[in-house]
Design a protein around this ligand. Structure first.
Ligand SMILES: Nc1c(NC[C@H](O)[C@H](O)[C@H](O)CO)[nH]c(=O)[nH]c1=O
Ligand SMILES: CC(=O)[C@@H](O)COP(=O)(O)O
Length: 199
């Protein structure tokens, strides 16, 4: 289930990444029948968990899953999409950092460790009274971009940049979706692309 919480941690940020243990990423759009589905992800503002594993399915089950996938793909948003993926908590490491400004350097280090398929960077920057917001938001964005470019590992930008807390809450599993979940989905897509086509 999605869980949204707003505490001081919600202002901070974290990085979520994939462990090598489960290297068999699938080409998402080529062989969707091979994907395994279950409803066991845990998505929140501060934590997003996702994994992919290869599993054999009966052909009927594969067909059903494929039709559900095709029918729902355009409609699904945020965690609902992630929810349909098998999640293995043990394949995910979560690292908390003090604030969004610090995400880039940590993401780069994690990417360069060679242990991860992708790094999902999640945080929220909420505008205050001064221009500090712009500095933190821009640094977070360029830091994540740079981490991906320097490490060669997909680093996904899931940092909210909001005018107020209401905007942040709405995007953390509220009425404007779950941007953390979308970021995790992007990570799967990028990990799959790297694993199958860009090696
Ligand atoms: N105000 C927000 C911050 N501020 C902290 C900075 O990110 C950074 O940790 C500090 O400047 C020390 O380098 N961080 C957020 O993620 N969101 C904010 O709204
Ligand atoms: C985005 C921020 O860092 C924010 O907390 C700064 O607040 P302020 O501009 O009121 O100092």
């Amino acid at each position: 289930m999605a869980s949204v919480y707003v505490s001081r941690k919600a202002f901070l940020s974290n990085c979520i990444h994939f462990h090598h243990q489960n290297r068999s990423f699938l080409p998402l759009y080529q062989k969707p029948t091979q994907l395994s589905f279950s409803s066991s992800s845990s998505i929140g503002f501060g934590t997003t968990s996702i994994g992919v594993e290869r599993k054999e399915r009966s052909s009927i089950e594969k067909q059903q899953l494929l039709s559900i996938w095709k029918a729902q793909l355009p409609e699904l948003r945020g965690f609902a999409l992630l929810w349909s993926w098998l999640v293995k908590e043990e394949d995910i490491d979560v690292v908390w950092v003090p604030g969004s400004f610090e995400i880039g350097i940590v993401a780069e280090k994690l990417g360069k460790s060679g242990k991860y398929h992708a790094v999902v960077c999640i945080g929220a920057v909420v505008r205050g009274d001064t221009t500090h917001y712009d500095a933190v938001a821009n640094s977070a964005a360029s830091g994540v971009l740079s981490a991906g470019l320097k490490s060669g590992v997909p680093c996904i930008f899931g940092v909210l940049t909001c005018e107020d807390m209401e905007q942040a809450i709405n995007r953390a599993g509220g009425k404007s979706g779950n941007k953390g979940a979308e970021a995790a989905l992007t990570a799967i897509e990028m990990a799959s692309l790297f694993e199958h086509y860009l090696k």
